[in-house]
Write a protein that binds this ligand. Structure first.
Ligand code: SF4
Length: 181
């Protein structure tokens, strides 16, 4: 009561680089960088006009880009498209991670192929793990055999943790529905 835990602030979380716990991934919603909802709801800001400087209006292609192309963006591409934004100061990884969370937020099935490719080819263990999690969360139990195949192919700890958690969750759901037959 009356206290804010800054480590749970979504703006802070969007700027971290690690695999976030799942509740935080879901809390990001569609935010790629920052939050600032507190600025919008703050009573002191109620009568402020934030739109009268046209030159400060955000470019939609920069602040709300298509999500899937972000997954395979090179460092050079990231710098040329987003390098001038304040949100670029942590590099491309947090933005890619947040894009994966946003795809799960939207349950975007058209992203599954790109997420699978990332799971199979990305050099970063935690990003492969997050992409695998996203395939499971978007595709659901239909992706079980794919997740199992990745568990056999990729022994990285993060990948094993995320994949096994999905399989266990689906196993428990199966057991509960069987018990009710
Ligand atoms: S509303 Fe403000 S304090 Fe709350 S999560 Fe967003 S940026 Fe952080």
């Amino acid at each position: 009561p009356g206290v804010i835990d800054a480590k749970r602030c979504i703006s802070f979380l969007t700027q971290t680089k690690t695999l976030l716990p799942e509740p935080f991934r879901m809390a990001l919603g569609n935010r790629l960088y920052g939050c600032d909802t507190c600025q919008q709801v703050c009573p002191y800001n109620r009568k402020k006009n934030a739109t009268h400087h046209v030159e400060l209006q955000p470019d939609p292609e920069q602040v709300k880009p298509l999500l899937v192309p972000l997954l395979s963006m090179s460092n050079r591409e990231f710098k040329s498209r987003f390098g001038t934004l304040s949100g670029a100061w942590r590099g491309k990884k947090p933005i890619q991670r947040n894009a994966i969370c946003a795809l799960v937020h939207y349950r975007d099935k058209s992203a599954i192929d790109a997420l699978r490719l990332m799971t199979e080819t990305d050099a970063r263990e935690d990003m492969r793990a997050l992409a695998l999690w996203a395939v499971g969360r978007i595709g659901g139990i239909d992706e079980k055999s794919y997740i199992e195949s990745r568990l056999l192919a990729d022994t990285a700890v993060d990948v094993q943790t995320e994949g096994r958690r999905l399989i266990e969750e689906w196993g428990e759901a199966d057991a509960i529905s069987t018990a009710h037959l």
